[in-house]
Design a protein around this ligand. Structure first.
Ligand SMILES: [Zn+2]
Length: 472
């Protein structure tokens, strides 16, 4: 265990926006054969002029507001100059001086308290094309192909202040950010999220781990770099010069790429082909008026409407927006909300995680799950068997009646249970009289006997309920 080394982490997160077309032209953003979703704008032909996708801009404003940022009165785009084959214009259109949002914050839960992470800015930009290194990676491949379908895909970049002190806080933050973007309907969980992470220990220079793709890799890269620098610092070794490193998914390590250039080295200039965006209060109101419910508001609503605990609502909303949507669809069909929430956040979620699936990809539907829980709720199926059968609901998409029939599991009606209870009561006169004389343990013995007779298929709660009424 390494202690006493203070760490500072800041993030730049790039999330792809889910608009149908690109940010500065009308080419579709979709899967297609290489270099087919392209036009003169996203290929950077001389004389071609970009046009701003209004939806992307409005989405950017919504993100800024959701992150408690100030939206400047006049917003513009800039050219970030660089030479690289993934961007034929030799510059990328982005925002630098005045982006869609500045000086915001997001509050995360940390050790039972609220921790405020400051947001330096949120800005919009175009993604470059994709380089395909044939037969290897950038250093080992024989040649490289370029697919410009991706060039011009809209991205929102969110830059935090260096307010994190460990990777776990980053995990909280990213989960919350992802949920916000999903709830704003500007991002889908299937889409790419990338990050550049700045990380340093007190007394050392900053290391930037560039271009880490996907939530899990971001976490792994951070944990690796966090431990590497802390172990070095413990031995009195500090990083002297700002450095850029890359994370390898294969080796699960970071390696040095170059000594870092600063942002100003890119030579930003104003983009003259795009007009200034003036944000009047009326325009801002029009955009923010139709903003959807944000995750924290949704949690409050879950607590109020469905009478769930804060923690359960938190799991439903922050695990995956689709899971919260699924819960609400089920809640239209089954009124036992606490049973529904409990099964959704435990057994169902465990099952999805085990199969490496999410609720969207899974074959289970709200109707199938509600029918299944109805059986549990009525005591026609025991919780114990239910835990086994829910796996089949998820993997096959069959309804619970079909699954029970297939496994020859009887639906235990009250009258059937009653008959067995009568039989058990007759056979165990001593236990019955013990119970009547105040020995509460004997009731559990009797329930156990009934359960055995039902081949452990009936619900314990149901048996208890009936046996108590019979023994009165
Ligand atoms: Zn285009």
């Amino acid at each position: 265990m390494i202690r006493d080394v203070e760490c500072i982490i800041g993030l730049e997160i790039h999330a792809q926006m889910n608009t149908k077309s690109k940010i500065f032209c009308s080419c579709p953003v979709s899967e297609a054969p290489p270099n087919t979703n392209v036009c003169e704008v996203c290929l950077g032909y001389p004389g071609s002029k970009p046009r701003l996708n209004r939806k992307v801009f409005e989405n950017g404003i919504k993100v800024a507001k959701a992150l408690n940022c100030k939206v400047p009165d006049n917003i513009f785009f800039s050219r970030k100059s660089y030479f690289y084959p993934d961007m034929t214009k030799n510059f990328q259109i982005t925002q630098y001086e005045i982006p869609v949002g500045i000086k915001g914050y997001l509050t995360i839960k940390w050790k039972g308290d609220d921790l405020k992470i400051r947001i330096r800015r949120a800005h919009l930009e175009e993604d470059p094309g994709k380089l395909v290194h044939v037969g290897g990676d950038i250093t080992s491949s024989e040649y490289t192909l370029i697919d410009y379908n991706r060039a011009g895909t809209p991205l929102v970049e969110i830059v935090t202040e260096p307010d994190f002190t460990n990777p776990e806080q980053v995990r909280e933050f990213l989960s919350k950010l992802r949920a916000i973007l999903e709830h704003l309907n500007v991002y889908d969980s299937e889409m790419i999220m990338k990050a550049d992470a700045n990380i340093s220990v007190k007394g050392g220079a900053r290391v930037e781990v560039k271009n880490i793709t996907g939530f899990n890799n971001i976490m792994k890269a951070l944990e690796y770099e966090y431990n590497r620098q802390r172990i070095m610092a413990k031995q009195g070794i500090f990083i002297k010069q700002q450095e850029t490193r890359a994370y390898s998914d294969k080796s699960k390590m970071t390696k040095s790429l170059r000594i870092k250039e600063s942002e100003a080295d890119y030579g930003y200039i104003f983009e003259p082909d795009l007009s200034w965006q003036t944000m009047t209060s009326k325009r801002l109101k029009n955009i923010t008026d139709n903003m959807s419910e944000l995750p924290d508001e949704r949690i409050k609503r879950f607590v109020k409407i469905y009478k769930l605990t804060n923690d359960t609502s938190y799991v439903l909303v922050y695990t995956d927006k689709a899971l919260a949507d699924f819960f609400e669809e089920c809640a239209k069909k089954i009124k036992n909300y606490s049973l529904l929430a409990n099964w959704t956040t435990t057994h169902l979620l465990k099952c999805l995680n085990y199969n490496n699936e999410n609720i969207k990809k899974s074959k289970i539907t709200p109707l199938l799950f509600a029918e299944f829980l109805e059986k549990i709720s009525k005591g026609e199926l025991s919780e114990r068997l239910g835990k086994e059968l829910v796996k089949e609901l998820v993997s096959t998409g069959r309804n619970i009646n079909a699954i029970m029939k297939m496994h020859k599991i009887k639906v235990w009606k009250n009258s059937d249970i009653k008959k067995i209870i009568e039989k058990v009561v007759k056979k165990n006169e001593k236990a019955v009289s013990d119970y009547k004389n105040g020995n509460n343990n004997s009731i559990n013995f009797l329930i156990g006997e009934v359960l055995k007779e039902t081949k452990y298929q009936a619900s314990v709660e149901k048996i208890r309920e009936i046996i108590m009424s019979v023994m009165k």
